[in-house]
Every structure is written in C-alpha cells, then in structure tokens.
Ligand binder design. Structure first.
Ligand SMILES: [Zn+2]
Length: 108
C-alpha cells in the first residue's frame, strides 16, 4: 500500500501536525482536508523520504516527527507510528462533507 504524505496549505494544524502521512490505496482518493482541524491539505508530490529496502518505514518517519496513520475504514484512521494521536475518527458531518466533495470533483 502506498504512503501519501500531506501538508497543510495554510500554516500549522490546530493540533500541531503540519505534515502527516496516510497509508491508503490510490482508489480511495486524496484527502482534501485535515481529519483533525478541517483545514485544506494537499498531497506532497515528492516521494516519501522514509524508505528502507523493505519499503516505507513508519518507525523511521516517526524519528523525524512524522506520524503515519493507516485508514481503517471510511473516515477512520489508526496510527501506525509517530508522535500523533492514536486514532482519528471523522464526525458524520465531516464524512458527509468528504463524500460531497468527492462527488463534486468531476464537474470542476
Ligand atoms: Zn490539521
């Protein structure tokens, strides 16, 4: 599963996680906003730097202050490693907004 690193478009996260990494499949689409503070985020295009011969190392990333989460199910992430919170569960409202945003995309 690929790792996607995200950063906030506009300054710091309210929870202090300016950059974070999410493990998810390409088909799940990009995150449009931070699961914590709701601000806009963008996917960092450059390759994730924390790779070993066996692939991405969340533990190594954690040493650099980057927290990695993997998506457990829609709107929910659980932490793999790093200093961040143990889990993220989006509110129903956030999920609905995400759905709406995803569906609106082709019309842009
Ligand atoms: Zn945030």
């Amino acid at each position: 599963m690929p790792v996607f690193e995200y950063e906030h478009l506009d300054g710091e996260c309210e929870l202090g996680e300016h950059r974070f990494a999410i493990l998810h499949s390409v088909g799940e689409g990009e995150l449009r906003f931070c699961p914590w503070c709701g601000k806009d985020v963008r996917r960092v295009v450059s390759p994730v730097q924390f790779r070993t011969r066996s692939g991405f190392s969340a533990a190594k990333a954690a040493k650099h202050g980057l927290t990695t989460w993997k998506r457990a199910r829609k709107g929910e992430w659980e932490k793999v490693d790093g200093p961040g919170v143990d889990g993220i569960i989006s509110s129903e409202e956030d999920r609905a907004a995400l759905e709406a945003e995803t569906q609106a995309e082709p019309d842009r």
